[in-house]
Design a protein around this ligand. Structure first.
Ligand code: NDP
Length: 385
């Protein structure tokens, strides 16, 4: 029986690579639900090629365009944020791959978990915002969350076949395009410079998060919730070549790592096929011609966003939600040249101080705090400009 996959965010970087994996294994997988926010033309093109049962265009103004373009096919077309929550609950869906970006991923992921679906999780923001609530819901609903993020997939793979406690997680980071920049150089970096990642070709938001290292901070939070390990046992190690995707150290001192060519299709495929591994024609490591593998400590003063994420994890409650919301605001503002590279961390830090704190938030609390933090961060940007 083919597994039916709902891809939330099929038009993005992870979404399109997921479709490549599905296309390579037509006997095993079927794209059953495809969704996009605004890229209507690409969504239509994907729908004509993959013949899903359902598509969702989140932006309601684009519904007529998508609906008309697919009217000759037996495809149900829905629109709006609520539709994302509904389609993941469809009885036919086996796996929900969450590849939409940002806080928008929280509600549909929670709905999918409540419907006992298997989750292939790329949308790390869901665990950053509400990791405790989401992982608890997953246990209650016997919904497995399999990581798509390459580092977490590497940790997951290092843990396969192990039942002893984790002593430490070694979370590798490329260091981004500005690893060697001085503070003075960081003051004047442009969005175009930040959008050029040395090793990975990703969506715009995560590429900026990689340049600030907020992405790594989010991955620390994600690792805590996926693997139940506190921040004091997660070590970030800068490894510019992105060959060692992350590692686990066990109590006897042994370290297991997963290595490979940087290619997101590897962890995407495993998240769909686990516990099997499938054949692939992806590039292999070339051991005789590999660059030197180097490892160094991250500079938390230069990359203050990483320190802020650690602080958020330590303070807990709604603070990680605040960091995520403020980060979404400054990330976009930086891309629109409304704030500078270094101002991003300043604004996130100040938003953390000024937003209401709730120690044991409910799902509704997260929505209220997200809105409050976005408002405060936006005001700070306006004040500074
Ligand atoms: P992209 O920006 O490339 O794609 C995002 C997708 O989500 C698009 O399909 C987009 O639609 C859709 N989308 C965006 N906003 C909304 C919204 N408000 N409602 C509904 N749909 C929306 O992002 P990436 O693929 O790079 O990243 C996706 C997630 O995966 C992120 O959480 C990221 O952190 C994570 N991730 C990404 C990696 C990568 O290599 N790219 C690696 C590891 C994790 P449209 O195209 O119409 O705008």
């Amino acid at each position: 029986m083919k597994k039916k996959i709902a891809i939330l965010g099929s038009t993005g970087s992870i979404g399109t690579q997921t479709l490549q994996v599905i296309e390579a294994h037509p006997d095993l997988y079927e794209a059953y639900v495809l969704t996009a926010n605004r890229q209507a033309d690409l969504l239509v093109e994907q729908a004509r090629r993959f013949h899903p049962a359902i598509v969702v265009i989140a932006d309601e103004s684009l519904y007529p365009q998508v609906n008309d373009a697919l009217s000759d096919l037996p495809i149900q077309v829905y629109t709006g944020a609520d539709a994302l929550e509904q389609v993941v609950q469809n009885d036919e869906v086996d796996i929900v791959l969450t590849a939409l970006v940002g806080f928008a991923g929280l509600r549909p992921t929670v709905a999918a978990i409540r419907s006992h679906k298997q989750i292939a999780l790329a949308n790390k923001e869901t665990l950053v915002v509400a990791g405790e609530l989401v992982t608890q819901l997953a246990v209650e609903n016997r919904s497995a969350i399999l990581p798509v993020d390459s580092e977490h997939s590497a940790i997951f793979q290092s843990l396969m076949g192990e039942d002893s406690d984790i002593e430490k997680i070694i979370l590798t980071a490329s260091g981004g395009p500005f690893r060697k920049f001085s503070m003075d150089e960081l003051k004047i970096v442009t969005p175009a410079m930040a959008l050029k990642h040395p090793n990975w070709d990703m969506g715009a938001k995560i590429t900026i998060d990689s340049a600030t290292m907020m992405n790594k901070g989010f991955e620390v939070i994600e690792a805590k919730w996926l693997f139940g390990v506190g921040a004091d046992r997660i070590q970030v190690v800068v490894h510019p070549q992105s060959v060692v995707h992350s590692a686990v150290q066990f109590r006897d001192g042994a370290v297991k790592a997963q290595l490979g060519v940087p290619d997101m299709r590897v962890p995407i495929q495993l998240a769909l096929s686990y516990p099997q591994r499938l054949q692939s024609d992806f590039d292999r490591l070339d051991w005789y011609h590999m660059a030197d593998l180097t490892f160094e400590a991250p500079d938390m003063e230069k990359f203050r966003c990483l320190a802020l994420a650690f602080e958020a994890l330590q303070r807990g409650g709604t603070i990680p939600c605040v960091v995520n919301a403020a980060n979404e605001i400054v990330n976009l503002a930086f891309r629109q040249e409304k704030c500078s590279f270094l101002e991003m961390a300043d604004i996130i830090g100040e938003t953390m101080q000024r937003t209401t704190f709730i120690a044991k938030p409910t799902l509704d609390d997260y929505f209220a705090i997200d809105a409050e933090a976005r408002r405060i961060a936006s005001e700070l940007i306006t004040r500074n400009s």
